[in-house]
Write a new protein. Sequence first.
Length: 278
Amino acid sequence: MKKHAMANEYKILCSEANSMVKMKNGAVTSNGWTKVDGEHDLRSNFKGVLYEKDGQYALCFVGTDRFSAKDWGANAKMALTGESRQIKLAQKFADKMQKEYGLNSENTESIGHSEGGTEATAVGIQYGLQTTTFNAFGVGKKYAEPGKNYDNLITNYRDPHDPVSKLKENVGTTYITPNLQNELMSTTPFGSVKAHRIDNMGDCTQSLPVDYYKKSNPFFINKISDADISRQDIANMESGLFKVYEKEIDKRMTNNKIGNSSEDKWVTINGNHVLIKD
């Protein structure tokens, strides 16, 4: 499918974007796209790159830097409020690029991984651009009209063990990209941090629609709200993820929905985390 093949192209652009934003305009990616322009806001750590190849543009928003407290802070704010300063900066960057290079819905795709995928979605909706995201957190209602169908505008690719996209589904059409590497398999219902990284994503041409994937993998956890969580799961969660999941955990603690570790047993079946109660 041409869409999935192009997603593999965009995946490479997202993977190299953090390096490309530091390079001079005219630098070329490993798959032949040229950097036209870029921006790095030091205050928020927002990063955006505009690529071009054969007259087509890719407006790319850089994902979470695992070493950046600013990025994890932006992730936490998105989880808590549905918005962040970085989304606003992404929209300003897109507006600037549109005016300078004549970007439009015929020649431009909005793309991004993780936090960058959320930014790409907000920009895609604002300007009516086809959008491709990888392991993205869903945008808030400030950017996506509740009840509106964005299936023909937004395409999301998710690793089945990605922890970020499990928190809130993005609008649009979603595909699950299987990852057969055992080291990326989930060890808690929150998923695996390794599975979130763009370089660890599988081949997009092997992706399956999320509903079809769920039927074939009945223990797949699509949303963390569908899964039981124990105290041990929370204790084992990495600190960065705790900030992202803080609202969900607080809600469960308030409603006494956190399981007792001594009564809960988690097992992994084909990489899907399954709760077995005594």
